[in-house]
Design a protein around this ligand. Structure first.
Ligand SMILES: [Zn+2]
Length: 378
């Protein structure tokens, strides 16, 4: 990965390049901030740059032996720790067990990755992965081997907020007394969940969401896509390149979800159980991935309704019919019921992942929605 492969984030690139030039590379850094903003890609480009044998003023060469190994993510001094969990194929979960899958995933996605998709890559049944204690315990051992190939050994810890509690004192100790010539890059979407003691040991770099223009640039460089579609996508993706790429791949710009969801909510509101019962068959036909996508869309609409309630319409990324719907629907979704409704949708998504019966799930959720939509607002 070169800096040139990264979308936007010019200021951070500049800052990291300067740190190498000035020989003040901080041994523990935390890249945190918006999902889909390029934290992992930046970490890889930075590590490659540091270890490049023919470093240019703005980027690594991409061709020296170090760069070639880095591009394949197969450099012996590049190490990864990431959330893992048991699967039907892997009983003893560790980052090492999943390394092959991990490398392929990163390369295929050019390091723009997200947790949910990673879980799918691992083929997990239970969706919560953690950074396990064994991985953390083996850091010193992993780094103890003398580095023959590069100046810096690099340890990338992705989604460090998912660290198992008992392991956090361990990592703290390592950061307090780091091995020589080692660079730790921790990556997080939610540093609020990381113990302060660990945060205080790192140099924090915050990643903002991409601008709409940067997002378009990223999309066009990665996908063959019509200009009209990029406009729609960039409006909805909210600066998250992962989401934008996913939309471009599935052609899913939420139009289907919108039509389905609007009909569904209307039927709930008028309490038309016969039609809801028929609709449950359509829901089942969608299949699990689209069912989840629909429910996630519902969650997103609920959040936008809340913004409407707070008179923040300018922050709502919707237009046309969808915006019109949100204006009306926000009379029924409000601070008094949003938590209950969100929890029910979240739970339904979990249950779909656990192979729940789609018919029953849809009917249950419809009955609850009917009740909530018709309840007198307090
Ligand atoms: Zn190079």
């Amino acid at each position: 990965m070169k800096f040139a492969d990264i979308v936007g984030q010019q200021e951070i690139k500049r800052r990291l390049i300067n740190s190498v030039k000035d020989q003040r590379v901080s041994h523990a850094q935390l890249f945190h901030g918006a999902p889909g903003s390029g934290k992992m890609a930046m970490a890889l480009a930075y590590a490659q740059y540091i270890n490049c044998r023919r470093r240019g003023p703005d980027d690594s060469c991409g061709q020296c032996p170090s760069c070639v190994k880095y591009e394949k993510l197969a450099h012996p001094d590049l190490h990864f720790i990431f959330p893992v969990t048991k699967t039907s194929a892997v009983q003893k979960a560790s980052s090492r067990e999943f390394l092959g899958t991990w490398r392929n995933y990163l390369i295929e996605r050019k390091a723009y990755i997200n947790l949910e998709e990673w879980y799918r890559q691992m083929e997990v049944e239970n969706k919560q992965g953690i950074i396990n204690t064994e991985d953390i315990n083996s850091i010193n051992q992993t780094l103890a081997y003398k580095s023959f190939e590069s100046e810096y050994k690099v340890m990338l810890i992705w989604m460090v907020e998912r660290i198992y509690h008992a392991a956090s004192t361990r990592i703290l100790k390592i950061l307090e007394e780091p091995p020589d010539k080692t660079l730790f890059i921790l990556i997080s979407e939610n540093p609020d969940l990381i113990p302060l003691t660990i945060l205080s040991r790192t140099q924090m770099i915050r990643f903002a969401p991409l601008s709409d223009d940067e997002l378009t640039e990223g999309l066009l460089s990665r996908k063959q896509i019509a200009a009209a579609d990029t406009a729609k996508i960039r409006f909805k993706a909210g600066g998250n390149l992962n989401v934008a790429l996913q939309m471009a791949e599935t052609g899913d710009t939420d139009e289907e979800n919108f039509q389905f969801f609007r009909n569904w909510m209307r039927l709930c509101y008028v309490n038309n159980f016969a039609s809801l019962y028929q609709m449950s068959a359509d829901f089942v036909k969608l299949g699990r991935e689209k069912q989840k996508s629909l429910l996630r869309y519902g969650l997103d609409i609920a959040r936008r309704c809340l913004l409407m309630n707070y008179k923040l319409e300018s922050k709502i990324r919707s237009e046309g019919e969808e915006l019109e719907f949100i204006r009306k629907f926000s009379d029924f979704i409000h601070p008094g019921n949003i938590d209950t409704i969100s929890a029910a949708f979240d739970e339904s998504i979990d249950n779909i992942e656990r192979n729940a019966n789609g018919n029953i799930l849809f009917i249950n959720l419809s009955i609850k929605m009917t009740m909530w939509l018709r309840a007198v607002r307090k």
